[in-house]
Design a binder for this molecule. Structure first.
Ligand code: DLZ
Length: 164
């Protein structure tokens, strides 16, 4: 259970709660599939390592990161028992302005879905200048941001349950 902070000194990086009681959705984009598959592996393994039951993890793919918003929306609409949804994608800067439009749309979209359903919807989207930066963050030298997204989902699911 999340702890209410009463004094400044109460704050410290919190432990990861046990995820056994929570149900998760994962939406993963197919664009840059080598990267997003690694993010997905990282997120899934992290949920299970922290106690989530495989039968309580519902994973779906969508074509690109732009579709993560509607994927998360469809999941929360059709599976109201989910405690949190993790959105995973990778947008790599190209020669056109596609990058900016997709990044803006998915960041705003994910926030809006979270607010609409009053549920944690986690932004696990890499927005990088090049492929190497993405590799570095999908199990490379900067860790796996899918793993971090899963830990965020567990902490937020726990907070939501505590405040119910
Ligand atoms: C079209 C497009 C481009 C150019 N780049 C990416 C990308 O780097 N990462 C990603 O996840 N998706 C990309 N897409 C696809 C869009 O997200 C979306 O699927 C299409 O615009 C259709 O709505």
């Amino acid at each position: 259970m999340a702890t209410q902070l009463k004094n400044l000194s109460d704050f410290s990086a919190t432990e990861i709660p046990d995820a056994a009681a929570y149900t998760f959705g994962i939406v993963v984009a197919e664009w840059n599939a080598e990267i997003t598959n690694a993010l997905y592996e990282g997120a899934y393994q992290s949920l299970v390592k922290n106690g989530a039951l495989p039968e309580n993890i519902f994973s779906y793919s969508v074509p690109g990161s732009f579709e993560l918003t509607s994927g998360a929306e469809l999941l929360l609409k059709n599976k109201p028992n989910l405690d949190a949804v993790i959105c995973l994608g990778c947008v790599i800067q190209g020669e056109t302005r596609h990058f900016d439009f997709i990044c803006d749309a998915v960041a705003n979209g994910v926030s809006n879905v979270a607010i609409k359903y009053s549920k944690p919807v986690i932004f696990g989207v890499l927005t990088t200048d090049n492929q190497q930066q993405a590799i570095d963050r999908a199990g490379g030298k900067h860790g796996n941001k899918g793993d971090e997204a899963a830990v965020t989902a567990i902490k937020m699911a726990d907070l939501a349950r505590t405040l119910q």
